[in-house]
Design a protein around this ligand. Structure first.
Ligand code: BEZ
Ligand code: FE
Length: 289
């Protein structure tokens, strides 16, 4: 059969017929159909297709041990959040993207410790509980936390300014599932724009900003781990996150507190900012038991 615009898709799908793995065959068939439909739809010139290949090549060449431009591309196209959402559970706290700044192991910390190693910002306390879907507290949950500074930078972006581990902590909830730590209120910030993904945003008139947030990964026995964020209510870009990760239930009030007793309990002085963020973990999937 001649290779024509009309027969192309069947020819390529047929070439994958012998694929041993059923899932791989399904993936390659669907990829072929969608990719061919896309090409038939936009009818690229040869020069445009070369530019597309050049773009993907540049994305790959921008990746190294500490930079993952393909993940960033997946993020700005909404694919990372689509995959997260498809795999999330209806029962627990909603999940969001991991992002590229969870690249170092967070330092072990005690409940109440400060993750702000600079000590120059206005004190903020973040506290909450980890709970099962029926409301039972989950003691001994491992909570990995990371965030940027008040100026919008992660420690790994400013190795000469911030000590390693600044803004990061690995905590365990107490016997009532509670956690609390001291920090500063993070800022909104731009995702890295000095690579091909930044050029794509620029060319399409999109801004690169993420609303202010704190990242969490929670792990407890017999429950599905969750990767999520607490978003700072009222932050710029909360309605237009460059990576589409905001879910309404994750928007958290960071309020000014003058409560002397609370301040004493948390080891800060008034006024301080206080945010409460509970994390609900769904039961482990049947197949994982
Ligand atoms: C982050 O929140 O750290 C992040 C997520 C996606 C892309 C860039 C940064
Ligand atoms: Fe972040």
């Amino acid at each position: 059969m001649d290779f024509t615009v009309e027969t192309a898709t069947d020819a390529v799908v047929e070439s994958f017929r012998q694929t041993k793995g059923q899932r791989l065959r399904q993936v390659m068939e669907s990829l072929t159909r969608h990719l061919h439909d896309f090409v038939r739809d936009i009818e690229p010139t040869t020069a445009e297709w070369e530019a597309a290949i050049g773009f993907l090549t540049a994305v790959g060449q921008t990746c190294d041990d500490t930079r993952q431009e393909f993940v960033l591309l997946s993020d700005v196209l909404g694919v990372s959040m689509l995959v997260e959402t498809l795999n999330g559970s209806d029962e627990g706290t909603e999940s969001t993207v991991l992002g590229p700044f969870h690249m170092t192991e967070s330092p072990l910390r005690e409940l109440g410790d400060s993750i702000d190693l600079l000590g120059t910002g206005r004190p903020c306390v973040v506290s909450g509980r980890t709970l099962a879907a029926d409301g039972t507290p989950l003691p001994d949950t491992e909570l990995d936390v990371w965030q940027c500074t008040e100026d919008g930078f992660y420690d790994v972006q400013q190795p000469d300014v911030q000590p390693q581990g600044n803004g990061r902590g690995l905590f365990r909830t107490d016997d009532q599932g509670r956690y609390w730590f001291r920090t500063v209120v993070p800022s909104h910030y731009p995702i890295p724009t000095d690579g091909p993904v930044g050029r794509l945003l620029e060319a399409t008139g999109r801004h690169p900003f993420r609303p202010a947030h704190i990242h969490f990964i929670a792990h407890a026995g017999h429950h599905r781990p969750v990767t999520t964020h607490a978003f700072v209510a009222g932050s710029p870009y909360v309605d237009s996150d460059a990576v589409f990760a905001v879910k309404r239930g994750l928007i958290t009030d960071f309020t000014e507190s003058y409560e002397e007793q609370e301040a004493e309990r948390f080891g800060v002085t008034v006024p301080f900012t206080h945010a409460t963020f509970d994390i609900v973990l769904a039961p482990e999937a049947e197949s994982a038991r």
